[in-house]
Each structure stands twice: as C-alpha cells, then as structure tokens.
Design a protein around this ligand. Structure first.
Ligand SMILES: Cc1cc2nc3c(=O)[nH]c(=O)nc-3n(C[C@H](O)[C@H](O)[C@H](O)COP(=O)(O)OP(=O)(O)OC[C@H]3O[C@@H](n4cnc5c(N)ncnc54)[C@H](O)[C@@H]3O)c2cc1C
Length: 248
C-alpha cells in the first residue's frame, strides 16, 4: 500500500473545519475545491501531503484522503482535486458540496513528500489526478535553485484529463532543467492501458538506455499499475528509497 497511507489514519487527532470557498471543474468528472479553515493556526503542510476528510453518508461516516494540490507558499485557500469513481460514494459527496459548505478533516499527513530538494536528478511520474501531490513538489523545485534535471512524465486517459496542462507547459519555458512529457491512451483503450504505456516509457528511458541509478523517482496514481512501475525500477538497480510512490 502507499508509503504514506499508514501515516494518515489520524483517528485520534482532533478534527478541523474547512469551508468551501471556490469550486473549479477541470473537466466533466474532475473537480477542485478551494478550502479555507476558519480554525487557527492556518493549515501548514509539506508538498505532497494529504488531508483526511470525514464524509457523513446516510448509513456510515467514511474517511477519505485527498492530497493538497496547491503549494504551501500559496497559503489558504488550499486546493484539493478529485475525480469521480465508479460507485464512489465518498467522492460523490464531495461533488455535492457547494460554496460555503463546511467539511471536517484531520491532517495534513503523509510521507510522500518533497520538502528540501535532493542532490540528484528527479523523475516524477503521475497519472490522472495523481498530479495533485506532484504539482506542489514541482513548484518547490521551480522556486529553488535546483541544479539537476527534473522530468515529469504525466499520463491520462485523454487530453481533457491532463490537468494543469498550460501551467505545466509554461514551466518548461521558465526552468531550463525541467522537461515535460504528456501521454494519453488511444481512444477506447482499456483503463489500465495508460499504465502500460507509462511503464514502457519508464523502461526505455530510465532503465534500458543507461546504467545511471542515482535518480530519484516519485510515482502517483491509482491501483496496481503504480506498483508495476515501482517494481520495474526497484528490480532494475534503483535503491528502494529512491523510488517513492503513492498508490490510491
Ligand atoms: C494518500 C491518498 C491520497 C489521495 N488523494 C486523492 C486525491 O488527491 N484525489 C483523488 O481523487 N483521490 C485521492 N485519493 C483517493 C480517495 O481517498 C478515495 O479513495 C477516492 O475518492 C474514492 O473514494 P470513495 O469513497 O468515493 O470510493 P470507494 O468506495 O472507497 O472506492 C474506492 C475504489 O476507487 C479506487 N480509486 C481511488 N481513488 C481513485 C481515483 N482518483 N480514480 C479512480 N479510482 C480511484 C480505489 O482503488 C478503490 O478501488 C487518495 C488516496 C490516498 C490513499
């Protein structure tokens, strides 16, 4: 399971409130909520962390993790970004929220983070809303004097699901060390096909084409495809700690 999932139950911690200040629809099934906490101190987090939202359904209260997609430097409101899931009653509740509504959450939590840039090349691999933790990490690197190459390989089912695209493309002009590669699945592809494509690119670029194993990887997406990419890298000579991942 995700490296950071175990760090995030937060069951015994007191909850905080967040008010929905703004709503933004990225596409037909992906939405961002911009949240402001009326409680003090202000919400403080490290790029990559998530909050655990308490979701009151008619027959249960479930807790679901949502990553903070904005940057600590931005302060509040902070942003969470999520997509509809088949049968996903938790996320359906969030889609039903309106501006002014109040949510209860604990956190931020999580170890899938990038606080201080390391002294090595970095490769970020994101699929769909898996860009959420990676976006503030990239912002942190862009704001620092990071002197190593850093790449984002970002895949989605189709063009409409490549989130924050113009922002990401703008960063390639602003930072000479940043490289972006966008990948989509062919029309009518099976849901997992994007993971197969991404895995093939990772294999050809960072496994087969050289013997360098000093890079660090951050991988985020949904389901076993994330583990497939992780295992490919770890079994190819990259150290375990150099391949960080978060699987939703
Ligand atoms: C550390 C962490 C951070 C997360 N951050 C985000 C986030 O920023 N944005 C976000 O959309 N989700 C995120 N998730 C997933 C989120 O917590 C919920 O699992 C998701 O919204 C579905 O919850 P549900 O109660 O509606 O559905 P459930 O009934 O719990 O159904 C869950 C099923 O949906 C799958 N699933 C989970 N997330 C997705 C997804 N995004 N797309 C497709 N299938 C999915 C699960 O693998 C599982 O099979 C995160 C999960 C973890 C563990």
């Amino acid at each position: 399971m995700a490296d950071s999932k175990s760090a995030g139950s937060g069951a015994t911690r007191p909850g905080r409130r967040a008010i929905v200040e703004r709503i933004f629809d990225h596409n037909a099934d992906t939405r961002s909520l911009f949240l402001r906490s009326p409680d003090s101190p202000p919400v403080s987090f490290v790029p990559g962390q998530f909050i655990s939202i308490s979701i009151p359904l008619s027959d249960e209260t479930r807790t679901r993790a949502y990553t903070i997609a904005s940057s600590p430097e931005d302060g509040e409101p902070f942003e969470i970004c999520f997509n509809r899931v088949r049968g996903g009653r938790g996320v359906d509740y969030l889609f039903g929220c309106d501006t002014g509504d109040e949510l209860s959450f604990t956190g931020p939590f999580g170890l899938f983070t990038l606080d201080r840039p390391p002294e090595s090349e970095l490769v970020f691999v994101a699929i769909g809303t898996g860009i959420a933790p990676i976006r503030p990490m990239l912002r942190r690197l862009l704001a620092s004097r990071f002197a190593h190459p850093f790449h984002l390989l970002y895949g989605a089912s189709d063009e409409a699901h490549l989130l924050y695209r113009s922002e990401l493309e703008g960063w390639t002009h602003a930072h000479r060390h940043f490289a972006l590669e966008l990948v989509t699945a062919p029309a009518a592809a099976a849901p997992d096909e994007i993971y197969d494509r991404i895995r093939a690119i990772v294999a050809s670029r960072w496994v087969k084409s050289d013997t360098v194993r000093a890079r660090q990887f951050y991988i985020c997406g949904v389901g076993p495809g994330v583990l497939g990419i992780r295992d490919l890298l770890r079994s190819s000579g990259y150290e375990r700690r150099s391949v960080k991942y978060e699987q939703w």
